[in-house]
Design a protein around this ligand. Structure first.
Ligand SMILES: Cc1ncc(COP(=O)(O)O)c(C=O)c1O
Length: 390
């Protein structure tokens, strides 16, 4: 495993590389630290499993085999103290697909769906494009850390049919504490709100353990599902497999019926094989990768504090996505974006996560350190320009 290796992903169909605007300076390539996939080669255990499968040459209609369920159970028992019973698992294509289907399964047209903003942008689409009404519980910054306004949350829960929880949270990088998860589960139970707990980033928790929502939901009887996937942890997004965990049999049936209606009738042979290998043969890679991402975060923190002191970098508690507030140096998010492009740098602009993200930038830390450092030098040029002009 060599996380320093620089892979050229241009013209491979990579969304991250292909949606980035072309270089302003043709002599310099754009650096995209945007879309949440990794610039690392996935572990050898996965590559070997896929090579064997490729060699077999038979990839017909596919569902999970017993080894897939066992692998899922192994990983979540080991990493999160959460054994998974095979009967609870409903395979889905991706977490986003599952969230869209779950919104339709557990609310009626016009129903109300609550999200905590700023948040992963497809959540807005899952609500609005499904003809549901959006409710927001804006996260609040207290002493440099995002927190939940529980009073507001309770008020919104009284109206909501569904609550989509992002845990750990993308983009603000919070790992919700056991206490916070417990309070959310309790409120959801009291107000009969169905919780979609998107835990795709659960393998990235740097400060304290990730709390699987089900563990708290069991105390209060909160109806919910968990959306899990190996795709963030092992960079398998292009292979299209996720696992939706629903303990309650009638809710599970509702969801299964919904995804049938949504036309899902088969899954990716390669996706299952990759996830199976990821969850059983790749522990060393995973642990080394986590350390590498953490070192990247420390490099970013050091750089920000010493060379861009007016920018606020939030503590990386979870995910591999750092969240930075540029509003002290630029009040116009369009100007901020333009300056980035002019420096051939493409980060995820905060406004895509909602109004509260305006003036912020999200930085994908799952990249070789040398790439990160080059990107930071460009970021410093943006900073210098904005502080000089401002
Ligand atoms: C919170 C969250 N959910 C879901 C996804 C994507 O899930 P999938 O690729 O399985 O649809 C992402 C990707 O960035 C994410 O951050």
């Amino acid at each position: 495993m060599n996380f320093d290796e620089i892979l050229d992903r241009r013209n491979t169909g990579s969304m991250k590389w292909d949606i980035a605007p072309g270089p302003v300076d043709p002599g310099r390539h754009i650096i995209p630290l945007s879309v949440a996939d990794m610039e690392f080669r996935s572990p050898k255990g996965i590559r070997d499993a896929l090579a064997e499968l490729a060699e077999e040459g038979i990839w017909g209609y596919t569902g999970p085999r017993p080894e897939y369920y066992a692998a899922l159970d192994r990983w979540f028992s080991l990493r999160h103290g959460f054994p998974i019973n095979k009967d609870w698992v409903v395979p889905a294509i991706g977490v986003v697909q599952a969230v869209f289907s779950a919104v339709r399964a557990f609310s009626e047209e016009g129903g109300k769906v609550l999200i905590q903003t700023p948040v992963y942008y497809p959540f807005y689409r899952a609500v609005e494009e499904n003809g549901r009404t959006l409710l927001t519980n804006p996260l609040v910054i207290r002493e440099g850390r995002y927190e939940i306004d529980f009073e507001d949350l309770e008020a919104k829960m009284k109206e909501a049919d569904i609550f989509i929880l992002c845990s750990p949270h993308n983009p603000v990088s919070r790992v919700w504490t056991e206490e916070e998860i417990g309070r959310m589960a309790k409120l959801a139970a009291e107000h009969e709100v169905f919780v979609i707990s998107d835990e795709i980033h659960s393998d990235f928790s740097f400060v304290e353990p990730h709390t699987v929502f089900t563990k708290q939901a069991r105390h209060y009887g909160s109806r919910h599902l968990l959306a899990l996937s190996a795709s963030k942890t092992f960079s398998l997004a292009g292979l299209g497999v996720s696992s939706i965990i629903i303990e309650d049999p009638s809710d599970r049936e509702l969801f299964k019926k919904r995804i049938r209606l949504d036309g899902v009738h088969t899954h990716s042979t390669f996706g299952f094989a990759a996830a199976e290998a990821a969850y059983t043969r790749c522990d060393d890679w995973y642990e080394a990768m986590l350390d590498y991402v953490w070192e990247n975060y420390l490099a970013l923190k050091d750089f920000t504090e010493s060379r861009m002191p007016q920018v606020c970098l939030f503590d990386l508690e979870g995910t591999y996505l750092a969240w930075m507030d540029f509003s002290p140096v630029c009040s116009d998010h369009e100007e901020l974006e333009q300056c980035m492009v002019e420096e051939n740098l493409y980060l995820d602009e905060g406004y895509i996560f909602g109004e509260a993200g305006k003036g912020f930038e999200r930085v994908n830390l799952a990249c070789p350190r040398a790439v990160l450092m080059t990107a930071l030098e460009r970021l410093e040029k943006v900073y210098d320009k904005l502080t000089r002009d401002g």
